[in-house]
Design a protein around this ligand. Structure first.
Ligand SMILES: Nc1ncnc2c1ncn2[C@@H]1O[C@H](COP(=O)(O)OP(=O)(O)O)[C@@H](O)[C@H]1O
Ligand SMILES: [Mg+2]
Length: 361
């Protein structure tokens, strides 16, 4: 007697999603069950292609299925579908599943560098990713992405994003003349952010990463109002942790009611160009301890490495130009954790009673 679909589902109820704290059957992740004699095949649809525990879950599913009497072969395919969010009526980006802002208390901490490399890491997992350069005071994404001479064109009345390294991107830098200076006033910033959301044909995206200007001025506020944020990533360097600048920006985002997805520590230690050893420079002040103090997730740490700035200035982000350096692994790991936190937060909003947002420690 071949196994039944119910037996298969019962077996899979033992497989828990470690982030959502629920089993994959009640989460409705199990799809396309096919039973052919002693062979069971099915797919498990996760909430992000960047899930860091994909292989572990797959193995647990296979083991659970093989534990059933009458099953000799188990084929489990891991797929992903980033879940829709419930868009409100004034949401300007209903087709974007996660809008994630990258913020910092001060400039020069590597916010733009982190934004582009995380975006590329997410895109490399198969997700559809956009980058919006909302740093109206110092748009640097075009240069970092080797696209500073691009001039976007319009189609059907909307600006078409520029494509690079698998990303869709837009920046005020593309729309301004080179060397043009703008004296910003608050309402202009809000209007510009609105335009970058509304007048650009972003299309369907899983993640839109928004590079915010430093601090907590008009840009994050308008962004939060116009396109509900999944959350904010805070980039901090050990120096800024020491000066509690990052702590202040977390406090301000909390006041804006924007969830904090986590802290990324940048320029944490120096990577020796000769031997690759990492030396800590500001020992004792870490992004990890900051995250713990603030009770937000710690997403990871990126070392100070001269090739990162060389790559950024050269227009080929380090993840693409130096995929074997230590920071490439760090960017991939952080992208996975970020996607994980975004899924947890989205699911906790969809079913607040069942899934509580518990930042990973
Ligand atoms: N981990 C790192 N190692 C070395 N240089 C870095 C690192 N992160 C950023 N940089 C460099 O530091 C400078 C500031 O980074 P940037 O991303 O422009 O900061 P922000 O957007 O916060 O102002 C850039 O020249 C960038 O290439
Ligand atoms: Mg920047």
């Amino acid at each position: 007697m071949p196994v039944t679909e119910n037996q298969v589902l019962d077996a899979l109820r033992n497989v828990m999603d470690p982030d959502l704290h629920r089993d994959i059957v009640s989460l409705n992740f199990v799809k396309d069950i096919k039973i052919d004699g002693t062979t069971v095949s099915l797919s498990v649809q996760l909430t992000t292609p960047a899930c860091p525990v994909k292989e572990i879950l797959q193995q647990q599913c296979v083991d659970s299925l093989l534990g059933l009497e009458g099953v000799e072969t188990a084929q489990v395919e891991m797929t992903a579908q980033v879940r829709e969010r419930t868009a409100s009526k004034d949401d300007l980006l209903p087709q974007v599943k996660h809008v994630i802002a990258i913020a910092s208390g001060k400039g020069g901490v590597g916010k733009s560098t982190v934004t582009v490399n995380l975006a590329i890491a997410l895109a490399q997992t198969g997700a559809r990713v956009g980058v919006l350069d909302a740093d109206v005071y110092g748009p640097s994404i075009p240069l970092m992405m080797g696209a500073k001479d691009e001039k976007p064109f319009t189609q059907d009345g909307k600006i078409v994003p520029i494509q690079r390294y698998g990303l869709h991107m837009m920046s005020l830098g593309f729309l301004m003349e080179e060397g043009q200076a703008v004296l910003w006033r608050g309402p202009m910033v809000a209007g510009t952010v609105r335009q970058l959301l509304e007048d650009v044909s972003w299309g369907e995206l899983d993640y839109l990463l928004v590079d915010l200007p430093p601090g907590t001025g008009d840009a994050p506020m308008s962004l939060a109002q116009l396109a509900p944020l999944t959350g904010v990533v805070i980039v901090a360097t050990p120096q800024h942790v020491a000066a509690n600048i990052a702590g202040k920006s977390v406090a301000l985002f909390r006041r804006l009611n924007s969830p904090i997805l986590g802290v990324v520590e940048n320029m944490a230690g120096f990577v020796c160009p000769e031997c690759g050893t990492v030396t800590q420079i500001f020992a004792g002040f870490s992004g990890e301890s900051l995250a713990k103090d603030l009770k937000v997730p710690f997403l990871g740490s990126i070392p100070l490495d001269p090739v990162i700035s060389e790559a950024g200035d050269g227009g080929v982000p380090s993840l693409v130009s130096f995929p074997a350096r230590p920071q490439a692994g760090a960017f991939h790991a952080i992208a996975g954790k970020l996607a994980q936190q975004a899924s947890i937060l989205a699911m906790s909003k969809a079913e607040p009673a069942e899934i509580e947002f518990k930042p990973a420690t």
